[in-house]
Design a protein around this ligand. Sequence first.
Ligand code: ADP
Ligand code: ZN
Length: 458
Amino acid sequence: MSKETNPSSQIHSAPSLIGRAGGESSSFFNPEFETLTREQLEALQLERLKKTVEHCLTNEFYQKKFAEAGITPDDIQTLADVRKLPFTTKQDLRDTYPFGMACVPLRDCVRLHSSSGTTGNPTVILHTQKDLDEWANQVARNLWMVGLRPDDVFQNSSGYGMFTGGLGFQYGAERLGMLTVPAAAGNSLRQIKFIKDFGTTAIHAVPSYVTRLYEVMQEEGVDPRRDTKLRVLAIGAEPHSEEQRQRIEQMMGVKAYNSFGMSEMCGPGVGFECPEQNGLHFWEDYYIVEIVDPETLEPVPDGEIGELVLTTLCREAMPLLRYRTRDLTRVLGRSCPCGRNHVRLDRMRGRSDDMMVLRGVNIFPIQIEKILMQFPELASNYLITLTTDENNDNMTVEVELAQPTDDYKRLQNLEREIKRRLKDEILLTPFVKLVAKGTLPVSEGKAVRVVDKRKVYQ
Ligand code: ADP
Ligand code: ZN
């Protein structure tokens, strides 16, 4: 089938590539879509959902799923009918690896990405040219929203290649019209040189890497406030606490905005904080957002934590219906002083598979991070190790000290205080080890926060 006759192009009737339509002084990149009222948004979603369902049904995998669920496209009459649709999961992507969930012929696809495989085998996501255009548009919308303009210089410290944080931000920043610096991951000295030489004003980085970058700046005698033009950071791709964000803002003298992305939905650009920093706006012209109870799969009320489920509304190559992200979050609201009515979600608590169960208590790494970041004596790198000692499950939290010290009395007191505060938060007392800066491993991509060495009893 030729690109011209591809019927799937019908699913994108609305032109959403009107970048900078409002002029540079407008706070909206796509005013037409960013400022829709709830009624308008929901009407658009229903229209796009119907087209997406039709489009999915060109694929055998979905035909089978629909037959099993006993539903047809006619069952989708209101937005709430999305709940009649079958869920899709990472396992489905693995079972149909690599191309079984494609809804266009391969010759119409121009790129594939693969998830970084944090939690298992990689999965493949295909893109048509239109998918890539929409994705760039989404990323540009986010960067514009936080005040970036064509005069800015944008440096991306994500790995390029299969990880979507690289090319995703690259094309988005170019779409906005900034001078882009595709520095890629690692090599902090070179990153710092670029920041200084090119007058970088904005960086995208995983939060754990910003801390590393700052440490190297300190070693090199570079003060980001005095010696650079940095003013905006996009931080994301891994869970981080509000405390971590505030630290990053203070260290670097910038505003740091939370950026949510996932390969299955395109990559970065799915959700982003606006200047209000009151949750992530998830773009509802591109996705239907549901929060469900991970056990019953029923919707949870606004404000309650549940699993994020996303349905793509504009994707050609691999639309996904009711995709179970395993990310846990909650709805904070559906309006915002910034003028956008796209749903606001709380920062991700982690994935359901990040949850540690220790002596019957459910714990997320981010709860521990939140406490550690409240101690100015501590640096930002930490590692949680779970072990079984004499049939007891134990947790050891190792955390780096901000400054070297040999004042053992002070260290003992600090350790005691950290334990006490952790106990208040997670209801059990871990071992705490204070270690020197640079002792714990630093990864170039997403940070590894938990090592589980427990014996598994059957
Ligand atoms: P992988 O699934 O292999 O990690 P992805 O790059 O697609 O590869 O990762 C997407 C996941 O990363 C999300 O499902 C979520 O768990 C995590 N993530 C991305 N952005 C954020 C963020 N801002 N806050 C918390 N978690 C995030
Ligand atoms: Zn807002």
